[in-house]
Design a protein around this ligand. Structure first.
Ligand code: DAH
Length: 341
C-alpha cells in the first residue's frame, strides 16, 4: 500500500511538471486531490487493515497530498509568471519609437492683430483692460450719452436678453466700467467682442471685435493734438512709418467735438487703388473729446477732467493688413484660410 502511494506521488509530480496551461493544471488538481481522486480510491481500501496500519497509511497519504498540493501551487505561480512575461513582451511600448509629425497650430489672424495693437499701446504707456461681453443698458448706452430714444441707438440695433441685459454693441462700455473704479489721470485700451443685429455679408458680421481707447487727465491737459499723435504712432506701428492720418468732423453722442479718422492706404501709399476705392485713404473709426455728460454719469464733477476717446472694428484692420476680402472668413473655421497665416 505504501508503495502504491509513493508511486502515485511520483507520477503526479512528474505530470504536474510537464503541464503548460492553467486549465491542464486544474484537471490534474481534480485528478489527484479531488473527491474521486486516485488517492481516495487507495484510502477506501483501508477498511480491511488493522488500526496501526490505518494510522500509518493515513499519515503517509496526507503527506503525499501536501506534496502534490505544494507542487500544484508552485506550478501555478510558474505558469502565471510566464503569462505575465508574455504580455509584457507583446504590449511593450517603445517610448523611443519615432512618431509621425504632429501639426502645430498657430494664432488666429485676429488674435495676432490684437496682440500687435496691444503691444503698440503698451509701448506708449497705455494699460490694457478687459470689459464684459454682456452689458446692461446703462453701461452700453445711457452712461455714454445715448439715452432711450436717442437716434444714434438705431445704428447699433442688437439682441436684447429677457432681463434687459444686452450683448454689448460697442467696447465704449469699457470706458464707463473703468471710470466707475478709477480716477484720472489714466490711459487705457481694450479690445473685445461686440454684437449687432446685422445681416452677414463680405463686410458685415453680427459678431465682430473693436478696440476702444480712452485717455483722461485734469481739464486743459488733453487736447486733440494728443489724440492725433497717439493715433499717428499707432498707425505707423501697424502699417509702417510712412503712414499718414487725417481727421474729418463727425458726430458720436459720447464725444464733443467728434470726428472720424482715416489712414493713408498702406497698399498704394495714397495714390489710389482697389483697396482704398481710389481715394488714397482708408476709413478707420470714430473719435473725439469726451463729452462731459459721460464724466458726470460716472460721478465726476463737470469740467474737472478732459480726455479723448476713439474706437473702431479690428476685423477691418486685419483685412487691410493681410489683404482679406471677406469678413466671414474669420469665423468660418476654414483651414484653407487659416493656414495662410
Ligand atoms: N463706439 C463707436 C461705434 O461702435 C466707435 C467710437 C466712436 C468710439 C467715437 C469712440 C469714439 O470712443 O470717441 O461705432
Amino acid at each position: 500500500m505504501k508503495n502504491q502511494i509513493s508511486k502515485i506521488q511520483k507520477i503526479a509530480i512528474k505530470e504536474i511538471g510537464k503541464v503548460k496551461s492553467l486549465e491542464d493544471l486544474e484537471k490534474l488538481k481534480v485528478k489527484y486531490l479531488g473527491r474521486k481522486s486516485v488517492l481516495t480510491d487507495v484510502l477506501r481500501s483501508l477498511k480491511d487493515l488493522n488500526p496501526e496500519e490505518k494510522k500509518a497509511i493515513g499519515e503517509e497519504s496526507n503527506k503525499t497530498k501536501q506534496a502534490i498540493d505544494l507542487k500544484l501551487k508552485e506550478k501555478e505561480i510558474e505558469i502565471r509568471n510566464k503569462e505575465l512575461k508574455n504580455i509584457d513582451e507583446k504590449e511593450r511600448i517603445d517610448i523611443t519609437y519615432p512618431c509621425g509629425q504632429t501639426k502645430r497650430g498657430h494664432l488666429h489672424p485676429l488674435t495676432r492683430v490684437r496682440y500687435e495693437i496691444e503691444e503698440i499701446f503698451k509701448s506708449m504707456g497705455f494699460l490694457v483692460v478687459d470689459g464684459r461681453d454682456v452689458e446692461d443698458e446703462f453701461h452700453n448706452f445711457d452712461a455714454l450719452n445715448m439715452p432711450k430714444n436717442h437716434p444714434a441707438r438705431d445704428m447699433q440695433d442688437t439682441f436684447w436678453l429677457k432681463d434687459g441685459a444686452v450683448p454689448r454693441t460697442q467696447t465704449s462700455s469699457v470706458q464707463i466700467r473703468f471710470m466707475e473704479k478709477n480716477k484720472p489721470p489714466f490711459r487705457i485700451v481694450s479690445i473685445g467682442t461686440v454684437y449687432r443685429n446685422e445681416n452677414s455679408d463680405a463686410t458685415h458680421e453680427f459678431n465682430f471685435h473693436q478696440i476702444e481707447c480712452l485717455m483722461v487727465d485734469k481739464s486743459g491737459k488733453i487736447t486733440v493734438a494728443n489724440f492725433k499723435s497717439v493715433m499717428s504712432e499707432f498707425m505707423k506701428g501697424l502699417f509702417g512709418k510712412e503712414t499718414q492720418t487725417r481727421l474729418r468732423p463727425s458726430y458720436f453722442p459720447f464725444v464733443e467735438p467728434g470726428f472720424e479718422f482715416d489712414a493713408s492706404c498702406p497698399y498704394c501709399k495714397g495714390s489710389g487703388c482697389k483697396i482704398c476705392k481710389k481715394t488714397g485713404w482708408i476709413e478707420l473709426g470714430g473719435a473725439g473729446i469726451v463729452n462731459q455728460n459721460v464724466f458726470t454719469s460716472v460721478g465726476f464733477k463737470e469740467d474737472e477732467y478732459e480726455g479723448f476717446a476713439f474706437g473702431f472694428g479690428i476685423e477691418r484692420l486685419a483685412m487691410i493688413k493681410y489683404g482679406i476680402d471677406d469678413i466671414r472668413l474669420f469665423h468660418s473655421g476654414d483651414l484653407r484660410f487659416l493656414e495662410q497665416f
